[in-house]
Write a protein that binds this ligand. Structure first.
Ligand SMILES: NC(=O)c1ccc[n+]([C@@H]2O[C@H](COP(=O)([O-])OP(=O)(O)OC[C@H]3O[C@@H](n4cnc5c(N)ncnc54)[C@H](O)[C@@H]3O)[C@@H](O)[C@H]2O)c1
Length: 436
């Protein structure tokens, strides 16, 4: 694709439309972003490498939970949203928003390769007046040290010939209350004018825009939010383990503490972190901090506690089987209930259920799973089975989808290990329920 560097002429495409914005990456972030901008009257082009995704979007079909097809289709029909695999079309867009994955490598180091390759694609099509905004979660200085040099390799200068800013996406998939539109948008540009240009793009589309002085401040804002969650989840995970030894119900304690109207925020323990953000993003900062001879102790400690949770939960299941069924984990039939990384969605990225299934199998258990939102679990080579509690020695509730009847489950099952406090009062009263 990069041969354009040596062949600068634009291959003319029949469509010569102008776009207010091009969003690169039509995923969990890109589609809601395009929807929010288009709903405010902007014309938006989505760019994705997947032809399957692009074709579906152009038929008006959404693959993203937060944007139902019924909401997307009219915008596609009106021509306010279109999708393409062709980067050449960004030439006809005023703004280019990058919403691409930023994973960790196997060595748990930032892997910016997708964002870098997109920036290279953009650079060969960059023109005077373009506004480029990075939305992907990343470490402070990525916009300035990684993206800016690639874009400036064209001879154009950020802040003079084109505008460059960072604005973190804060979407929470499946959250009906807080959306791309009503969660304030933090924006920080390379120059004050870059900040202003970026803010103007979002204003009118999102309810509130919060300007910060630099891209670094905006980059670190997003990491602080995710680190805050990771550290607090680790704290209650540690407390849950102490509570088990002390025979105190950790859920009751958290509920009671949450009655304090100030100075406390409730976090729940669980079988481990999941999703694309919380288990990954904090380590972007850890990696960058090393360059400054700085060790991010809280992040490392939280990571250690949270990563141990699937192991701890396996031992809980083992104990429950010993006491409740007089059997060992080896050879036991265990049904994992819920494998998505959080309730009521079908996303299994980094889900702790995958690790727990692997650990249970390693201990010799025969493992099946039931999840109404996840028909196939590729990582484990399993398909969802019917919820037939009597057929299993133990049911482990890993994700508490709201459609499951937990009272009926407690009635029917031999042993339940409730890692999410899903069984409520009935679980508290039943001798066959073991809670985290
Ligand atoms: N998912 C979330 O809840 C969430 C929330 C806040 C921030 N973020 C951050 O937003 C960023 C994007 O995450 P996401 O969850 O939307 O990712 P995603 O995996 O849902 O979507 C990425 C899309 O980009 C496409 N793609 C991959 N390489 C491409 C390329 N070179 N050119 C064009 N398209 C390409 C993929 O086909 C996919 O459709 C990440 O940095 C993530 O950390 C995610």
């Amino acid at each position: 694709m990069l041969e354009e560097r040596t062949q600068p002429q634009t291959p003319e495409t029949p469509d010569t439309r102008h776009w207010d914005a091009a969003v690169v990456g039509a995923g969990y972030v890109g589609v809601p972003l395009a929807h929010t901008l288009a709903s405010a009257g902007r014309s938006v082009l989505l760019i994705d490498i997947s032809e399957e995704v692009v074709d579906a979007l152009n038929r008006g079909e959404s693959h993203i939970i937060d944007i139902p097809t019924a909401e997307l289709a009219p915008l596609v029909k009106d021509g306010r949203i279109r999708a393409t695999t062709d980067y050449n079309e960004i030439r006809r867009a005023d703004a280019i928003l990058i919403a691409l994955p930023t994973p960790l490598s196997k060595q748990r180091e930032p892997d910016l390769s997708i964002v870098i390759s997109a920036a290279q694609e953009i650079s060969v099509r960059l023109r005077n007046g373009h506004l480029v905004i990075l939305e992907s979660t990343t470490y402070p200085r990525t916009t300035r040290e990684v993206i800016q040099p690639i874009l400036e390799s064209t001879g154009l200068k950020a802040g003079r010939d084109f505008h460059l800013a960072f604005s973190p996406e804060r979407v929470d998939p499946g959250n009906g209350k807080w959306t791309t539109k009503n969660v304030p948008k933090v924006v920080g540009g390379i120059t004050p004018e870059c900040t202003e240009r970026a803010a103007q793009l979002y204003e009118g589309a999102v309810d509130t825009v919060h300007r910060v002085s630099t891209p670094e401040a905006a980059e670190l804002t997003k990491l602080l939010e995710n680190i805050f969650r990771s550290v607090n989840i680790a704290l209650v995970n540690e407390l849950a383990q102490l509570c088990e030894r002390m025979e105190i119900d950790v859920w009751e304690v958290i509920e009671a503490a949450a009655t304090k109207p100030f100075g406390f925020m409730s976090f729940q323990p669980g079988p481990g972190l999941g999703g694309h953000c919380i288990p990954i993003d904090p380590f972007y900062l850890t990696w960058k901090a090393r360059e400054y001879d700085f060790s991010t102790e809280f992040i490392e400690l939280a990571g250690k506690v949270n990563e141990n949770m699937p192991y701890y939960c396996r031992s809980l299941i083992s104990q429950a089987l010993n006491h409740g069924r007089q059997t060992s984990l080896s050879g036991a039939k265990v049904l994992v209930l819920g494998v998505a990384y959080k309730a009521d969605i079908g996303d299994t990225r980094e889900s702790p259920a995958i690790k727990l299934i692997e650990l249970l199998r390693r201990a010799g258990a025969e493992v099946a799973y039931h999840d109404p939102h996840v028909p196939e679990l590729d990582g484990a080579g399993l398909s969802s089975v019917a919820l037939a509690p009597k057929e299993y020695d133990c049911i482990a509730i890993v994700t508490a989808h709201s459609t499951v009847d937990y009272d009926a489950l407690v009635d029917e099952a031999h042993v339940v290990v409730d890692l999410r406090n899903a069984t409520g009062e009935k679980g508290k009263a039943s001798a066959k329920v073991w809670k985290l």
